[in-house]
Unconditional design. Structure first.
Length: 85
């Protein structure tokens, strides 16, 4: 059986990003992951059962995305990484 820490953390991040529905992770007997959404006591499955890596990518793509803060130092470092022609 695979460790589900990454998948559980992805669902926790999704729940923090969204205000409305509550999302839950379900692990099948075969070690695959499913995502469930609970709205007003009604539970509905989103997507199909998938591997952990696919599940984390799927969950991270849902809901509003967090805008990453970039400092001036990060911008300067990124410019230095670009190769000059």
């Amino acid at each position: 059986m695979t460790r589900s820490t990454r998948a559980a953390a992805a669902v926790a991040r999704l729940n923090r990003r969204t205000d409305g529905p509550l999302y839950q992770m379900v692990v099948t007997g075969g070690g695959l992951f499913k995502l469930r959404e609970q709205i007003a006591g009604e539970i509905r499955e989103l997507g199909e059962a998938m591997t952990q890596d696919d599940f984390v990518r799927f969950v991270d793509a849902l809901g509003p995305q967090v805008v990453r803060r970039v400092s001036k130092n990060d911008e300067a470092f990124a410019r230095q990484l670009v190769r000059k022609p």
